[in-house]
Design a protein around this ligand. Structure first.
Ligand SMILES: Nc1nc2c(c(=O)[nH]1)N[C@H]1C(S)=C(S)[C@@H](COP(=O)(O)OP(=O)(O)OC[C@H]3O[C@@H](n4cnc5c(N)ncnc54)[C@H](O)[C@@H]3O)O[C@H]1N2
Ligand code: MOO
Length: 413
């Protein structure tokens, strides 16, 4: 039983995890409907198949006019014959000289018209009843510039230009643009598939009764939710509690299906006598060592049958911090998902001690530029974790942070 004796710096293990994934992650591309594409990364550039707006249309309810017929000094008016209203969703008939056509917002500008006068600047300042239209005349102000209240074709995006770049995160605005362009499905990067395994004889699924000494499995839920939130797919999550040999053969069976891009385990890696993950995989070339971080000190990394493998420690806060510090940023760097956590500077409410040789990651409540610690540094404190909204980073080399000093926080919300 030899956990590596060298303590790995945090940055080194971040690099290790990124390199491990970079070497093996296959970016799979899938065509997805806009609804299914929400929250995913666009796999290639999208070119506008048509212009937006697709035709010149009115920005106001009013009258479509020929601006040249309204030339003249500001303050005077011109009388024009009211033409038939332009129906929405239909090609507008050309505007005859000497007429002004009632037009609604978004309706197609008739050929010949090049400006719109809003209804409130006309006299009368409401539209004629279609029954009263024969011979109806409208007074409009002079001095209307060409193009007034006209949304020209292609003024938002011209046909044939790049609408979205590959690598774009498809949020509501981007999906709305694709829909407006008439595009129903796009190629997106498929989620990274993670096999998530919690180990330990003492852990029991939530909902089941506990025997003396047993606890409920928090890690599977905590990490599965974290992974899904980060855009990954959890392909298998279950508790493996048998001998190292059973663990190894069960893991091999699972991996032979080729359904996982990455395996993440929690627990069973520190210095105890029955550390199933470490005992099972040390001989396979997976390395187990300490990282200069608290919580989340014990870590393991390597490959099992060619599949990247990460072992996180069993304490729930340690598992979450390991995900946030090592795996989440690696996924971001390699796939564009998830978006990086906002890192903010905050004024600390209280003085706190920290192990000087390690990065300490505390849980905190961030509000209005200030942060207070929630709970102590213990890595079993799931209630405090649930009441926090930020991770508070106390860097290596710092044995104490004073109240009122600036610390870096990662917002979890
Ligand atoms: N002699 C030493 N003992 C320990 C060291 C050390 O350096 N020397 N490191 C400590 C640190 S730090 C951590 S973190 C843990 C890591 O231990 P393991 O990764 O081997 O995890 P386990 O021993 O299996 O469990 C630790 C702890 O977490 C609870 N646990 C495990 N799985 C779950 C789960 N799915 N849901 C909820 N809680 C879980 C488990 O009951 C233990 O309390 O080792 C320290 N010891
Ligand atoms: O490094 Mo452990 O994760 O503190 O409890």
């Amino acid at each position: 039983m030899s956990a590596g004796s060298r303590v790995h710096p945090v940055a080194e293990h971040q690099d290790t995890v990124r390199a491990l994934l970079a070497d093996s992650l296959q970016q799979r591309v899938r065509q997805r409907s806009l609804v299914e594409a929400a929250g995913r990364i666009l796999a290639g550039d999208v070119t506008a198949p048509r212009s937006l707006p697709p035709f010149a249309n009115s920005q106001m309810d009013g009258y479509a006019v020929r601006s040249a017929e309204l030339a003249g000094p500001d303050g005077s008016t011109v009388e024009l014959q009211a033409a038939a209203p332009i129906p929405a969703g239909a090609a507008a008939p050309a505007l005859r000289p000497g007429t002004a056509a009632p037009i609604m917002t978004g309706a197609m500008l008739p050929a010949g018209a090049d400006a719109v006068v809003p209804i409130e600047r006309a006299q009368p300042d409401s539209f004629f009843d279609p029954a009263d239209l024969a011979g109806a005349r409208v007074l409009l102000p002079r001095g209307v510039p060409a193009g007034q209240f006209v949304r020209t074709a292609g003024s938002d995006i011209p046909s044939g230009t790049r609408a979205l770049a590959g690598g774009t995160l498809l949020g509501p605005a981007q999906l709305g643009l694709l829909a407006a362009l008439g595009i129903a499905a796009v190629p997106v990067l498929a989620p990274v598939r993670v096999m998530l395994l919690s180990t330990g004889d003492e852990v029991v699924e939530p909902g089941q009764d506990l025997a003396p000494g047993q606890i409920h499995d928090a890690n599977t839920t905590l990490l599965a939710a974290s992974l899904r939130d980060a855009g990954a797919e959890v392909v298998r999550s279950r508790i493996l509690a048998d001998s190292p040999a059973d663990f190894r053969s069960a893991l091999r069976d699972e991996l032979s299906s080729g359904r996982a891009d990455l395996v993440v385990t929690t627990g069973g890696i520190s210095k105890g006598a029955y550390e199933v993950v470490r005992l099972a995989l040390e001989a396979e070339g997976v390395e187990f060592f300490s990282v200069a971080m608290q919580p989340g000190g014990p870590q393991g990394a390597g490959r099992v049958d060619g599949v990247p493998f990460l072992a996180f420690p069993g304490n729930p806060v340690s598992a979450l911090v390991s995900f946030e510090v090592f795996l989440r940023p690696a996924l971001t760097a390699l796939t564009g998902l998830p978006r990086p956590r906002p890192a903010l500077s905050a004024v600390l409410d209280e003085t706190a001690d920290s192990p000087e040789g390690k990065l300490q990651v505390r849980r905190g409540l961030f509000r209005n530029g200030r942060v207070g610690m929630v709970g102590g540094p213990g890595s079993h404190l799931v209630h405090a974790l649930a009441e926090s909204n930020a991770l508070v980073l106390v860097p290596e080399g710092t044995g104490r942070v004073e109240a009122g000093s600036e610390v870096t926080v990662w917002l979890l919300e």
